[in-house]
Write a protein that binds this ligand. Structure first.
Ligand code: ZN
Length: 133
């Protein structure tokens, strides 16, 4: 029984990619009926979040809000020049934990799991660990 999954994705632009279907497939493959799924990204300018899947304007507005909250500043010292992406990554966080009951992810009707890219273009990785209780 596999409970650890590694996935990669191409992130050509700043965006949120809905990865819920993949995570649900991992849970199904794991055979876990009751437990948790941890979705984790090993990057410092990307993140994982849960938010609305119905209206695509929500993703647009999230990105707009993050841009407003974390603009590029000339006072930044980090030589790579992507401090704003590092700030967004820490704000969003590197992981989400989702409950599993009856073999399914416990998500609200409007909730999906998103991989968040803040410093494109990048080739990215995320992991899913499924744990039974
Ligand atoms: Zn950097």
């Amino acid at each position: 029984m596999t409970t650890f999954f590694k996935h990669s994705l191409e992130a050509p632009r700043t965006d949120l990619t809905n990865i819920t279907r993949q995570v649900a497939q991992d849970v199904a493959e794991s055979g876990v009926i009751s437990g948790i799924a941890v979705v984790y990204c090993p990057h410092t300018t990307a993140g994982i979040t849960i938010n609305e899947n119905a209206d695509p304007d929500v993703v647009h507005d999230l990105l707009l809000g993050l841009d407003a909250a974390f603009p590029d500043r000339r006072q930044f010292r980090h030589g790579e020049g992507n401090s704003s992406a590092h700030l967004k990554s820490s704000c969003i966080g590197a992981s989400e934990t989702v409950l599993i009951e009856n073999g399914s992810l416990v998500l609200g009707t409007w909730q999906s799991i998103y991989f968040c890219e803040f410093d494109p273009p990048r080739h990215r990785t995320y992991y899913v660990k499924v744990v039974s209780n």
